[in-house]
Design a protein around this ligand. Structure first.
Ligand code: GLV
Ligand code: GLV
Length: 355
């Protein structure tokens, strides 16, 4: 092949490979037997000639790697992820390297995991499963694993972009929850959806659902019974949920995080879980992956899964395909991704700017 494209990990499906090979690329996939590659590992992979790299969110794509990629003649990098807090886009720009991400294909899959964690926490599924397997079930009891009914309660969404909006729709329609959301952008589509569904329920003689756009994040924390976090991780959202804000939440609230770990002060969360046994969390992401803060693993009121929100076959193949297309487009000279403002061009596609 005329171009050398490197993927730091084997990725699902073959479509992404065929796309690149059909367009004259030689594809090299790293098969090192370690989960997390170091900067040195990746520099070795890049070598003397490399036109583009598909990388992972576990890798630190900063000055060092972009400089190495640039020296090897590289023009493109794509994260196989929608989030790109692991990428220093400014550094990439300095070396003329375009950066892409993989939005869209993971919206529903991620929202479905947030919904799964919500239900698992509300109905104490994991605790109950452990109880069952532990041989502790002696027969039905009125008090056994009593949890929360979602119907008629309020779901709070912080960050109503694609994923947050999809999750909100699932919880409102699926469980007849009222919605309160906080986002800098108004999500008119989401508001219209809840209004229309509320009218439908009313016409059928049921209690209608309602929506409210909160004027602060605190308002959501105070009012919601179930809160799901869907912001982008940056300086403004680091430790967005801290000790003070946890204290604002209802004692029996449920908190779900499928965005990025550092959005929550995890040590403060462990204390809060310990002091409030009726408070529950569902976590897909952690502050210092792959580790959990001390004590978290012992908390029965926490459901924890290893960053699998986008892990459906269709989505992962789609992410690989998009990542390959990002790199291919740039390597072939289409000036699609060379503007940092074009990273994730579809963010908040459902939203309109505030008036
Ligand atoms: C996964 O966490 C992603 O950002 O796609
Ligand atoms: C990210 O893709 C989001 O829509 O929140």
């Amino acid at each position: 092949g005329k171009y050398r494209v490197v993927s730091t990990k084997p990725m699902p499906g073959t479509r992404w490979i065929n796309l690149l090979v059909d367009q004259g690329c030689r594809v090299e996939i790293c098969h090192l037997k370690k989960t997390i590659l170091s900067v040195e590992d990746i520099i070795d992979l890049i070598g003397d000639k490399c036109d583009g790299v598909i990388g992972q969110l576990t890798e630190d794509w900063g000055e060092t790697l972009f400089s190495a990629l640039s020296k090897a003649g590289g023009k493109a990098f794509s994260n196989m992820a929608v989030g790109y807090n692991n990428v220093d886009v400014e550094a990439a720009n300095k070396y003329g390297i375009a950066v892409g991400n993989t939005p869209g294909v993971l919206t529903e899959t991620t929202a479905e995991l947030a919904a799964s964690l919500s239900l698992a926490a509300a109905r104490r599924i994991v605790e109950a499963d452990e109880f069952m397997r532990g041989g502790l079930y002696e027969g039905w009891l009125p008090h056994l694993f009593v949890g929360n009914l979602l119907k008629g309660q309020t779901v709070g969404v912080i960050g109503a972009g694609r994923i947050g909006s999809a999750y909100a729709r699932m919880m409102v329609e699926g469980f007849k929850m009222n919605l309160i959301y906080f986002d800098l952008y108004q999500s008119t589509r989401l508001e219209k959806f809840v209004t229309a569904y509320g009218q439908f329920l009313k016409a059928n003689g049921e209690q209608p659902v309602t929506w409210k756009r909160a004027s602060s994040m605190e308002e959501v924390l105070r009012e919601a019974d179930l809160i799901s976090l869907h912001p982008v991780l940056d300086k403004t959202t680091y430790h967005l949920v801290n000790k003070e804000r946890l204290a604002m939440m209802k004692k029996e609230a449920i908190l779900v995080n499928c965005s990025r770990g550092p959005v929550i002060d995890e040590a403060a969360l462990v204390d809060h879980l310990r002091e409030n046994p009726m408070f529950r969390v569902g976590l897909d992401v952690f502050e210092e992956e792959p580790f959990m803060k001390p004590g978290l693993a012992d908390m029965k009121n926490a459901v924890v899964v290893p960053h699998i929100a986008s892990a459906s076959k269709w989505t992962r193949e789609g992410m690989a395909t998009l990542a390959a297309l990002n790199v291919l487009g740039r390597v072939k000279g289409y000036p699609i991704w060379n503007d940092p403002n074009r990273v994730d061009p579809f963010l908040n596609e459902n939203a309109s700017p505030p008036n």
